[in-house]
Design a protein around this ligand. Structure first.
Ligand SMILES: *Cc1c(COP(=O)(O)O)cnc(C)c1O
Length: 395
């Protein structure tokens, strides 16, 4: 065994050394220190549906406190399957094609670790959710980013040639998040068709992160289209979602992966040794939530859309160039009209200057220039909190 050398004092593995503290932790800590309104990290400041909270309390009191079954409790797997049939017309067998995970984050990690050999390539759209790069690195795989850029009209898009060029003989997976965090982009059916065509041409699997599946706003370019619903895609897609965003319970960490049995088996093989299981009393509660009537989902979407409109108007008044947000909890802005040239610098000083915290999106790109002037704000907050943030930003 080799011993540490003077120039190599970090005991951590090399493949994880590029990853520091997540930007969310850094900006949230800064918000607390300065008393800033935190529009950085994307967690709601209200609780989810009362029926769900009551079901969790009931489960705690009635003995649902030990290890649940490895794939998740039958009632939740059945509810996950039924929810996908109800909203997207997708049929999955709750026994073998649905796996309950510790949030979407674990589902993404276990899928990448379960499907990628070292050196395999993963095509993903940047800016990407920050756990993607870390999970790809843990697997020893290689990310092949395709950059989303605002068009003249502001809507984020990609260059189809750049997408095609990202594919090659080592492509194993395409990792697609729609509706997309941090941009608020909703991929259109036409854009998804390009991804689907390349997946099939190169024999790649798709992994879809659809945690914002119920947050597509009325003025989006398209409705939400799960990639798995496109011809030839169900059999090669692991579809991932979670309760955290849809039911305002990000601390519960109950998510799921659905797909053909052989893919779900490969994911389960890894998942069982990461956490084994989680959230025993929350699983029956999420099953209740998934079965809520359409009025819940509609009210949730309309509420977030109203708060998006409120924040977008305020950011515009404060002088930002506001890029369109078609879905999710987030809106991105260009700081150029305010004289800003560096989003990181802007966000590090914003709490001190105006009492509001935001997140620079440049940290979600491999291309350091692409997101340099872009800053993300979260609107999953109570209207009075958004009002206060807007008042401060105007000042
Ligand atoms: C919040 C978020 C997640 C994490 O989901 P959990 O269920 O909390 O693990 C995953 N992907 C995206 C794009 C997110 O915004």
């Amino acid at each position: 065994m080799s011993s540490p050398t003077a120039t190599d004092t970090d005991p951590g593995v090399r493949r994880m050394r590029p990853f520091g503290t997540t930007i969310f932790a850094e900006m949230s800590a800064l918000a607390v220190r300065t008393g800033a309104v935190n529009l950085g990290q994307g967690f709601p400041d209200t609780d989810g549906p009362p029926e769900m909270l009551e079901a969790a309390a009931e489960a705690l009191r009635t003995g649902h406190n030990q290890y649940p079954p490895g794939p998740g409790i039958p009632a939740l797997r059945a509810a996950v399957a039924e929810h996908q049939r109800r909203f997207w017309g997708l049929a999955y067998d709750p026994d073998g094609e649905v796996l309950v995970t510790a949030g979407a984050t674990e589902a993404v990690a276990a899928t990448i670790l379960g499907l990628c050999e070292p050196g395999d390539e993963v095509v993903c759209f940047e800016p990407y959710y920050d756990s993607y790069a870390a999970s790809i690195a843990l697997a020893g795989a290689v990310r092949r980013p395709v950059t989303l850029r605002p068009s003249a009209g502001g809507r984020y898009g990609f260059d189809p040639d750049e997408l095609r060029a990202a594919f090659g003989p080592r492509t194993r997976l395409v990792l697609l998040n729609s509706p997309h965090n941090p941009t608020g982009k909703v991929f259109t059916r036409a854009e998804l068709a390009q991804v689907a065509e390349l997946c099939q041409e190169y024999g790649a699997y798709a992994v879809t992160d659809e945690v914002y599946e119920h947050l597509v706003f009325s003025d989006a370019a398209d409705v939400h289209v799960p990639l798995a619903t496109l011809p030839g895609m169900r059999e090669r897609t692991v579809r991932i979602s979670s309760a955290g965003k849809t039911f305002s319970c990000t601390g519960w960490k109950v998510g799921w992966a659905s797909g053909p049995a052989e893919l779900v088996t490969a994911v389960t093989r890894v998942k069982q040794f990461l956490t084994y299981v989680n959230g025993a009393p929350f699983q029956p509660a999420v099953a209740v939530a998934l079965g809520l009537p359409d009025s819940y989902y509609e009210g949730f979407r309309a509420g977030l859309e109203a708060r998006r409109d409120q924040l977008v108007a305020g950011l515009g008044d404060a002088g930002f160039r506001v890029l369109p947000s078609e879905g999710t909890y987030f809106v991105t802005t260009d700081i150029t009209p305010l004289g800003g040239t560096d989003g990181m610098e802007f966000c590090r000083t914003l709490p001190e200057r105006c009492g509001v915290a935001a997140v620079p999106t440049e940290v979600f790109y491999d291309d350091p220039e692409a997101g340099k002037r872009l800053v993300r704000f979260a609107f999953c907050k109570r209207p009075e909190v958004i009002d206060e943030a807007v008042r401060r930003l105007r000042g």
